[in-house]
Unconditional design. Structure first.
Length: 221
């Protein structure tokens, strides 16, 4: 029997109280910078048991302005920006070369929270990208050594052979450089924090970068 997608969608709940807690959020207590609030919220969702809270949606656009989105991992966030990594020759790398501006989206359903970040993106110096790669697991290095990200794959067997070779090299040469591996940093122009409310009176606090610092504003839900 075929699945009825619409019926399945109608059967689902948003923020089931058995798995989601919706804490109160007073925007008057928001700190002066978005990084401070992001760090606090991130620690909160980790403590609340959110699965893979460091994954995020990354939206880019190609040279013609056509958007694309995928899920990547946050590698860090500090005064220099929110960091993620990829091959410079990947699809996202090509997009960022043509249009160095992107948006990030975090969704943490365990507390009904979202964070949206957007701004210009710069590539970190090569030595920082290599240090980031070699601080990760053997599997991450092997995947980077496999390379050819976003290219058309001829067969699963071809991937298996390349992956096996890459794993062997990563174990044999844990410091081997991967020149195309790039650490990107998004320096935000805007950061929005969304706290869900069971009566749909969601709290949205938006930070906008100004010459003198960060301005805060409330947004209608």
């Amino acid at each position: 029997m075929a699945t009825d997608l619409h019926e399945l969608l109608r059967s689902l709940r948003v923020w089931d109280p058995q798995v989601t807690s919706l804490p109160a959020f007073d925007p008057g207590t928001a700190p002066a910078t978005p990084l401070e609030l992001f760090t606090t919220w991130f620690a909160d969702v980790v403590a609340a048991g959110q699965t893979e809270p460091h994954t995020m949606s990354l939206a880019t656009a190609d040279a013609e302005g056509r958007p694309d989105v995928r899920t990547v991992m946050l590698h860090g966030a500090d005064a220099d920006g929110w960091a993620f990594a990829s091959h410079s020759h990947s699809r996202k790398g090509g997009h960022l070369s043509a249009r160095p501006y992107a948006a990030l989206g975090f969704y943490w359903p365990v507390l009904g929270r979202q964070v949206r970040v957007r701004g210009p993106v710069n590539a970190a110096p090569s030595e920082e990208g290599q240090a980031d790669l070699h601080a990760r697991s053997t599997g991450a290095l092997a995947a980077a050594l496999t390379g050819r990200q976003s290219e058309v794959l001829g067969s699963a067997a071809e991937l298996a052979r390349a992956s096996e070779d890459a794993w062997e090299r990563a174990q044999r040469e844990p410091g081997v450089p991967v020149p195309s591996w790039t650490l990107y940093r998004l320096l935000p122009d805007e950061v929005e924090f969304f706290q869900g409310d069971e009566r749909r009176r969601h709290v949205r606090v938006n930070y906008r970068r100004m010459d003198a610092g960060w301005a805060q504003e409330l947004l209608w839900p």
